[in-house]
Design a protein around this ligand. Structure first.
Ligand code: ATP
Length: 335
């Protein structure tokens, strides 16, 4: 058994005009729940496509479960499970039949398939729905069935591409529970892509933030947030003039240099937010400035993204468009 689940070496993917993945080096330890967090079009699916051997790298290479993705692709495929962004279930078949086909494709014998279908359905709590056609399932149930299918052949590594895309918050929480359970209780190494920062924060032991095909930060969510240097205070003034005045004054009087303005608001990063607010109030009274509102919060991964890129993680278009693009694009470009 390898010590490392995944190791990439300057892996690169170019599509005609676009370099989707630029010389990425990442290492995923065995048993980790590793997240690739980034906005739409950042290169997450392309990276997963290469690691799951559906796309050939333009340059560079990677090993998955100790196997070279270029020369040992069959071994890689036997070691991994993939849950794609868009659904690839056969809607007209039952849950059990969908799982059975997958088991056959992976060469599982009849008895083994039967046993494994029972196990994976139990794991995602769909045993009672096994013999219903998939078109009767809710979105969350389909996702759970897809996760079960990805696990049919006992993979060591499971790739989940945007596992909760388009699901409502309650269903999303449910899926998070299954993902955590599989990682912790079954010790399956997982790599998930997401553009939901709460998802990366809640689930992942470690994350790599990706933008324009490059890793811009990597670490545990706590480490990444701690690097920002403290709490985030946002002040709103009645005018831009007052906000600028406060910023200039505060910069001179305080050792905190992490202060930015945007229109009538100011953002201050301070190691001890609770103590900084009275300090700010005192300055505003002395300068006769009018603060409309103050908020204090702990940094989020969005702040980390903002810090490194100067922009927020946002959707580039309707989520439905992403879903439709899903697997079709992957298979079109395979090899
Ligand atoms: N088959 C393709 N042909 C041309 N360009 C592509 C192709 N696949 C992806 N791209 C481009 O590569 C870049 C990375 O896309 P990718 O799908 O990997 O990003 P992503 O982070 O997974 O975002 P999303 O979740 O929206 O798919 C984008 O600019 C995208 O338009």
């Amino acid at each position: 058994m390898p010590d490392i689940a995944i190791r990439t070496e300057s892996i690169n993917k170019r599509f005609e005009q676009v370099t989707a993945v630029k010389n990425i080096n990442i290492t995923v330890e065995k048993g980790e729940l590793f997240g690739l967090l980034g906005p739409n079009g950042a290169g997450k699916s392309t990276l997963i496509g290469m690691l799951s051997t559906m796309l050939r790298p333009t340059s560079g290479n990677a090993e998955v479960w100790g196997y070279d993705i270029r020369s040992r692709s069959t071994k890689v495929r036997m070691s991994i499970g993939v849950v794609f962004q868009g659904t690839t279930l056969d809607q007209k078949l039952t849950g059990r039949e969908n799982l059975d086909i997958h088991g056959r494709l992976y060469g599982l014998g009849r008895k083994e398939r039967h046993e494994r279908i029972r196990e994976v359905l139990e794991l995602v709590e769909l045993s009672d729905w096994a013999d219903e056609v998939v078109q009767k399932y809710s979105g969350g149930m389909m996702r759970r069935l897809e996760i079960a299918r990805g696990l049919m052949h006992h993979p060591n590594v499971l790739f989940l591409d945007e596992p909760t895309l388009g699901l409502d918050p309650q269903t999303r929480n449910h899926i998070w529970e299954y993902i955590k359970k599989l990682n912790q209780e079954k010790n399956i190494t997982m790599v998930l892509t997401t553009h939901y920062m709460e998802e990366a924060d809640m689930l992942c032991n470690r994350i790599a933030i990706i933008d324009h095909g490059e890793i811009i930060a990597e670490g545990t969510p706590a480490e990444l947030k701690a690097k920002l240097g403290g709490d985030i205070i946002t002040l709103n003034f009645i005018s831009e003039e007052e906000a600028t005045k406060m910023m200039e004054h505060y910069k001179q009087s305080s050792s905190t240099k992490k202060i930015t303005t945007s229109g009538t608001s100011i953002r201050i990063t301070a190691t001890d937010g609770e103590r900084t607010i009275p300090e700010i109030m005192k300055i505003s009274t002395e300068l006769d400035l009018h603060i409309e509102s103050v908020s204090l919060r702990k940094p989020t991964l969005d702040d980390v993204f903002l810090h490194h890129t100067g922009k927020n993680i946002r959707y580039s278009g309707p989520e439905d468009r992403k879903r439709r693009r899903g697997i079709r694009r992957m298979s079109r470009n395979a090899r």
